[in-house]
Ligand binder design. Structure first.
Ligand code: SAM
Length: 283
């Protein structure tokens, strides 16, 4: 009995292939051949807690569960949500010092009521709140009283629920600049900070799968940040997503990606500006 209760369910190569294919088809995440033990470790508890006697049975449940809940649990386990304050910080300076003044120099943008930014793959919210601060600061430095809004989306419900709380460990917030901490965060207890309401209320968190064939947005964005997300996708999925970003960006809008990612310098849809920053081309 003891042996039965503690015996571990193991993941066969064929089962891994099926789960990896499902993750790719539904979420675009390309696990490749080297993630077998990661998938096995991350999912074993789910398989056991669900009472499945094998990964095969668990897989059948995943594909047959119409509610989508099983897939939610799967993606919460599989997706890598690593993010932190101050990540690739020069992007925020470029947004404030170059992108916002550049947009403001165009007639079409000056006629807009709002600067619209999409943070795609926002994970636990650090990047989205930093964008909210940078947009506010960028507009104030340009002496423009324009409203702004950040749409922050992710596939992981678990990550989004952390983001919505806007509460972060002090040691993590302290990676951002001290003037911003004083202005835009309030201390909560001995070792946490909360993002102030004026910054928080400009960010709208929503669950959205970037693999959707199309996105349900009425208005175009002026800036899209999609950093360290496409790294998990294969070439074909990246290309498709890039075309969708192009469609949802306003003329002259900007796309920021992670520093370890590239769209290539001869991309028909985007003009290379500097490492990991691209401007929408008129095609
Ligand atoms: C490594 S984090 C990057 C977070 C942040 N952008 C940054 O650079 O710090 C990647 C995020 O992409 C999200 N993601 C992965 N596949 C996705 C998909 N198909 N649709 C939406 N979000 C996805 C993950 O849930 C995760 O939170």
């Amino acid at each position: 009995m003891e042996t039965m209760m503690t015996s571990e369910i193991s993941l066969s190569h064929a089962e891994y292939k099926k789960i990896a294919r499902l993750v790719y088809d539904r979420f675009g995440i390309h696990l490749g051949d080297k993630k077998e033990s990661l998938v096995s470790n991350r999912l074993r508890k789910v398989v056991q807690a669900g009472g499945f006697s094998s990964f095969e049975k668990y897989y059948n449940h995943l594909v047959n569960d119409r509610s989508g809940k099983a897939l939610d649990v799967l993606i919460n386990k599989i997706s890598t949500n690593l993010t932190f304050f101050g990540r690739e910080a020069e992007h925020f300076s470029y947004l404030m010092e170059t992108v916002i003044p550049g947009l403001l120099s165009t007639d079409t943008f000056r006629r807009e009521k709002k600067l619209r930014i999409w943070c795609a793959g926002c994970s636990t919210g650090e990047e989205a709140y930093t964008l909210s601060i940078a947009a506010r600061e960028g507009l104030a430095r340009a002496h423009v009283e324009m409203d702004y809004g950040i749409l922050a989306t992710d596939i992981s419900g678990r990550a989004l629920s952390v983001a919505e709380k806007a509460l972060y460990k002090a040691e993590n917030v302290e990676k951002t600049n001290t003037a911003w901490i004083r202005k835009y965060y309030s201390k909560e207890g001995a070792d946490h900070y909360r993002v102030k309401d004026e910054i928080r209320e400009k960010v709208l968190f929503r669950r959205l799968n970037l693999m959707r064939p199309d996105f349900p947005f009425k208005n175009k964005f002026h800036v899209i940040f999609c950093r360290n997300v496409m790294i998990y996708f294969d070439q074909k999925t990246r290309k498709q997503l890039t075309v969708k970003f192009h469609k949802h960006l306003a003329d002259g809008g900007f796309l920021f990606i992670g520093h370890s990612e590239s769209l290539g310098r001869d991309n028909a849809y985007f003009e290379y500006m500097k490492p990991a920053v691209y401007k929408r081309s008129a095609v």
